[in-house]
Design a protein around this ligand. Structure first.
Ligand SMILES: Nc1ncnc2c1ncn2[C@@H]1O[C@H](COP(=O)(O)OP(=O)(O)OP(=O)(O)O)[C@@H](O)[C@H]1O
Length: 304
């Protein structure tokens, strides 16, 4: 498998703070890797270093095996959405792409039709950019990314502000690009439910440090079923459960939720036990741990 991106002890400090602590990261061909972190965790800073918009404070970046000066040439093989691309408002999609095609020295004119077809904007011949919906604007941003026939896409919040239908369209488009054209994708978003449908790998970043790097299979395995209980009397419930099942594995979640990781198959027995001990349970369900919960739990655990 080919390595698309490799960083070695990459760091970035701004005047008053360190945004990225020494970061070692490898992205392999074919992956769809989701970068997940709270506001200010360092996602955009990392992406900007990869795109060459800002320089690292220390460490190396290798793109397609090339580092140093050659890294700049390899960058052409990557399509970036790192900041919302600026288009001319009174140009059509075609005119906007034509401008960027010339600016970037891309010889083949037919690339424009090709990328417009990929993102589903080929029929929009007359509409100007300013008349586009947000979804269309985002798709044009992706078309621009695809103009140079990239092998990899690095997308910072490409589904920001889209409605459910727009999000689904972009997801399906990214799936197609990955499966049919073997395009490797590194993507960030705050819409974790969406990333969980798309990504093959999840990278969690907190205060500039990767706190977890996990494949979707392992995540799925780890996030098997759990028993989620909501009660106002959480401490008493924990006490009784610990007394009855000494090896019980549980997590206390925010807002008076308790998640049991084992004894899930004994849900009826547990329910009866709590009721017998006069613990008022107002929610009791078996569920799969969602990516969102996984992220919040991870954030909490790393606070300790
Ligand atoms: N140009 C800059 N000058 C000073 N500090 C900066 C600069 N750019 C980013 N930072 C700081 O670096 C840290 C990481 O910011 P970054 O934008 O990378 O986070 P993020 O994970 O992309 O957040 P968000 O989800 O809000 O986009 C933040 O504390 C931010 O204030």
């Amino acid at each position: 498998m080919k390595t698309i991106i490799q960083t070695n002890q990459l760091t970035k400090s701004f005047r008053h703070e360190t945004a990225i602590h020494p970061l070692d990261f490898t992205l392999q061909q074919g992956e769809i890797c989701a970068l997940i972190g709270k506001n200010g965790a360092g996602k955009s800073t990392f992406f900007k270093m990869l795109s060459g918009q800002i320089l690292p404070s220390s460490g190396d970046i290798a793109l397609f095996g090339q580092s140093g000066k050659d890294c700049g040439l390899s960058r052409k093989r990557i399509g970036f959405i790192v900041e919302t691309p600026t288009f001319f408002p009174d140009f059509t999609a075609r005119q906007n792409l034509e401008y960027f095609r010339i600016q970037r020295g891309i010889a083949e004119k037919k690339q424009i039709q090709r990328v417009l077809e990929i993102v589903g904007l080929a029929q929009e011949k007359k509409k100007k950019f300013e008349q586009y919906s947000l979804g269309m604007k985002q798709r044009l941003g992706l078309a621009l990314c695809l103009l140079g026939n990239p092998d990899c896409l690095i997308l910072d919040e490409p589904i920001n502000g889209l409605d459910a239908e727009g999000i689904k369209e972009i997801r399906e488009l990214l799936f197609r690009l990955n499966r049919e054209q073997q395009i490797t994708i590194l993507i960030s978003s705050h819409i974790l439910s969406e990333l969980s449908l798309l990504a093959t790998r999840f990278l969690f970043i907190k205060q500039g440090t990767i706190i977890e790097d996990i494949s979707s299979e392992t995540l799925h395995e780890k996030s098997k079923k759990q028993l989620k209980i909501h009660t106002a009397n959480l401490s008493k419930a924990v006490q009784i459960l610990e007394r009855t099942y000494p090896d019980i594995d549980y997590k206390v979640l925010p807002d008076n939720y308790l998640a049991l990781q084992n004894y899930v198959d004994k849900s009826q027995e547990i329910n009866r036990l709590l009721v017998k001990n006069e613990i008022l349970v107002d929610e009791f369900r078996v569920e799969s741990l969602a990516l969102e919960d996984y992220f919040l739990t991870l954030e909490e655990e790393t606070n300790q």
